[in-house]
Design a protein around this ligand. Structure first.
Ligand SMILES: Nc1nc2c(ncn2[C@@H]2O[C@H](COP(=O)(O)OP(=O)(O)O)[C@@H](O)[C@H]2O)c(=O)[nH]1
Ligand SMILES: [Mg+2]
Length: 218
């Protein structure tokens, strides 16, 4: 069996719902992976590239516009989640606090969340927001996969050096963290990303585990 036949087809992604807060998110069942990053990191472009849709997650040159948590379904109980961007100067302070509250709520309480993809522009890595999410990942034992986006902006040698540098820094920081190069423009790193998502989203529990639910009360 090839690994390809076991993987999910991310091209089946369909927009599900936008939620302004946890209470309005879809039912907390099944599995989901959330994508996070500072505004302009390339999150919408990465989601569009992964799903093969040019407008699934809207790309924008005027970032910071939406503060909603967007859900996309891959199968009935598997979802990708587009978390609101952050770090754009024009967002007012009160809105940032509100955003942080909803993010905290989502990240700490969402049972179906199995992993976090953190996108960082390869030219501007490990900013305050990124450190914050990595710290949260460590504390909550949530695995984090870092995409160094827009890797086409560097020559391949420079990009590899940057990858190694960041890999070492992340290793020193601890936690379950992996990292890769990604370019939505050149469509590089897509298979690697899909393979990592599969690890989180394709359930491993054997069916027999469910037998526990069958005891009768009499
Ligand atoms: N060169 C290059 N530009 C990119 C890439 N991904 C995104 N961009 C550009 O970066 C800007 C922000 O991208 P977007 O996906 O909207 O970022 P978001 O705010 O994180 O959703 C846009 O102008 C994109 O065209 C990439 O892989 N390579
Ligand atoms: Mg976006």
């Amino acid at each position: 069996m090839t690994s390809e036949s076991q993987g999910l087809n991310y091209r089946t992604a369909q927009f599900l719902i936008s939620a302004p807060k946890l209470k309005l998110c879809p039912p907390d069942t099944g599995r989901e992976v959330a994508f996070a990053g500072r505004s302009n990191a390339g999150k919408s472009s990465a989601l569009n590239t992964l799903t093969g849709s040019s407008k699934l997650a809207r790309t924008s040159k005027t970032p910071g516009r939406t503060q909603l948590i967007n859900f996309f379904s891959i199968t009935e109980d598997i979802r990708l989640v587009d978390l609101p961007g952050y770090g754009y100067a024009k967002v007012p302070e009160a809105m940032k606090r509100e955003w942080q509250r909803h993010m905290d709520e989502y990240l700490s309480e969402r049972e179906s969340l199995k992993g976090l993809v953190l996108l960082m522009d390869i030219r501007h890595p490990l900013k305050e927001f990124d450190q914050m999410l990595l710290e949260w990942g460590r504390q909550s034992h949530m695995p984090v996969h870092v995409l160094l986006t827009k890797s086409d902006k560097l020559k391949s040698g420079a990009a590899k050096r940057e990858l190694n540098l960041i890999q070492n820094k992340l290793r020193d920081m601890g936690g379950e963290v992996s990292v890769q190069l990604f370019s939505a423009l050149k469509k590089t790193g897509v298979d690697k990303l899909a393979a990592r998502l599969d690890e989180w989203l394709v359930a491993e529990e054997p069916e027999v585990d469910q037998e526990e639910d069958f005891h009768e009360e009499s």
